[in-house]
Design a protein around this ligand. Structure first.
Ligand code: S3P
Length: 173
């Protein structure tokens, strides 16, 4: 696809398991632009997985690394930024990403998300008892934050084709 020159970043937010990474990769390929994943960049910089960082250093430490990475990546232009699900917890992150970016919330229901992530042991947020109830509670708490996005895209279907096409339509309009 020949893309119009994108000046703004395409920023993907949403709960874990909403398909952000797959959709970000597909968009990067179609638009021939760079993709940056906040979690992957943190892992590269720290030489450890996000799960390891959280286990060893705790959540506040991870959230600080995440904020630093948001600061760094939000300075870029015309790229795709794939955010970890909790990026919206810090209002300043949202403001920074919004400055240069169009923010897309990939929305999937808690039931769909639970089905997608229940067997994945690398999800530190859901290690521990009652993962389904925890997911529902966290989802409810975050929903108003995700709803601040410029666009909400339905990402509940298994195929990413629909969300990818919808995002392309918006950014190339
Ligand atoms: C988190 C989501 C994860 C990762 C970390 C915290 C969250 O990213 O940043 O485990 O708080 O929702 P993904 O949404 O890419 O899985």
């Amino acid at each position: 696809m020949t893309s119009k020159k994108l000046i703004k970043n395409i920023v993907l937010i949403g709960f874990m398991g909403s398909g952000k990474t797959m959709i970000a990769k597909a968009l990067a390929k179609k638009l021939k632009i760079e993709r940056f994943s906040i979690d992957e960049m943190i892992e590269e910089e720290q030489n450890r997985s996000v799960a390891q960082i959280i286990t060893e250093k705790g959540w506040p430490y991870f959230r600080r690394l995440e904020h630093q990475m948001v600061k760094k990546l939000s300075r870029k232009k015309g790229v795709i930024i794939d955010c970890g699900g909790g990026v919206v917890l810090k209002a300043q992150n949202f403001e920074l990403l919004k400055k240069n970016g169009i923010i897309f919330y990939l929305k999937a229901t808690p039931q769909v998300i639970y089905r997608r992530i229940k067997d994945d042991k690398t999800r530190p947020l859901f290690n521990g008892p009652h993962p389904q109830a925890r997911l529902k509670a966290i989802f409810k708490e975050r929903l108003p934050l995700y709803n601040q996005a410029d666009y909400t895209i339905d990402a509940s279907e298994a195929s990413i084709d629909g969300p990818v096409a919808e995002i392309l339509k918006k950014v190339l309009a």
